[in-house]
Ligand binder design. Structure first.
Ligand SMILES: C[S@@+](CC[C@H](N)C(=O)[O-])C[C@H]1O[C@@H](n2cnc3c(N)ncnc32)[C@H](O)[C@@H]1O
Length: 270
């Protein structure tokens, strides 16, 4: 298999990756046949996966604009993925020139691609790191150089926590990040769930099994379990809701039913 220039030599391109499968759902071009094959298998069970991914991206952009309107100028996006269009730095910096953005991902393709799109952007940086090691993120040169932790930050954990098992204690990682944030900081979060999926859970389970097969299990949490990620935050209205219902720009009545799978919310530190 030929290795394109954007694929770092360190990666095994015969093994599917979560970020490249997601890139395929979104119509991106940074994926290989193994990724597309895994995406196709998942979509056999859950055909609405591309629509869920689009609703997730649309929430992310609305929430970033909300954060800018709240006066936030610093963004820490963990699990930032392979940027397609309309990324956090584009939304934030067009609404507020000079906004600082740091992307964090543990996937080498996501990191390499973010580095490429950020060339010449002095207000944004990338950290190759893992959410499960918050200290490495907070002490990284990009965070230290670009983010003033004494001022409010928007922390984005968008479509990442459902890849972190309870055995890896994501709740502690979040507490550590929250404790590092200044009052008035925001947590912008989405998470997959069986709640809201317009199919019987047994059917959606087939898609979950595809992620198990590629050794990146998808953890479908309940709304209550997802709400626990906001411990120490006050929920911003309308709370933890299906993605299209979070401060929609237009009435969501015509939305595809799949867009209502999973949850989105924004919390504010006191
Ligand atoms: C579904 S993508 C979401 C991308 C982007 N946040 C969005 O919502 O459009 C999930 C991303 O999280 C990354 N990821 C998963 N587990 C991670 C971890 N423990 N630490 C850092 N990144 C992680 C994956 O590599 C992938 O790029």
């Amino acid at each position: 298999m030929e290795r394109p220039a954007w694929a770092p030599r360190s990666i095994d391109i015969s093994v599917p990756s979560v970020s490249r499968i997601y890139d395929h759902y979104l119509g991106g071009s940074h994926n290989f046949e193994v990724d597309r094959e895994a995406a196709r298998r998942a979509m056999e069970f859950l055909p609405g996966l591309p629509r869920i991914a689009q609703a997730n991206r649309a929430f992310m952009r609305r929430a970033v604009r909300f954060a800018v309107d709240e006066g936030i100028t610093q963004f820490l996006d963990i699990g930032s993925g392979i940027p397609t269009f309309g990324n956090v730095h584009e939304v934030a910096q067009s609404a507020r020139p000079g906004a600082r953005v740091v992307y964090v991902d543990h996937d080498p393709v996501a990191v390499a691609h973010s580095e490429a799109v950020l060339v010449g952007n002095a207000d944004a940086g990338v950290v190759p790191a893992d959410l499960r090691k918050p200290r490495e993120i907070l002490s990284s040169p990009a965070v230290q150089g670009l983010i003033d932790l004494n001022r409010p930050v928007a922390l984005l954990l968008v479509a990442i926590l459902h890849f972190v098992d309870d055995a890896d204690d994501p709740y502690s990682a979040l507490a550590e990040l929250r404790d590092a944030l200044a009052p008035g900081s925001l947590l912008l979060l989405t998470h997959a769930s069986y709640e809201g999926i317009p199919l019987p859970p047994q059917r959606a389970e087939g898609a979950v099994d595809v992620y198990k097969d590629i050794r990146h299990p998808l953890i479908m949490r309940s709304r209550d379990e997802i709400a626990r990620f906001f411990e120490g935050y006050d929920m911003v209205e309308p709370g933890l809701v299906p993605m299209p219902n979070w401060r929609p720009d237009t009435a969501p009545e015509d939305e595809d039913p799949y867009a209502f799978s999973g949850f989105a919310g924004v919390g504010r530190t006191a």
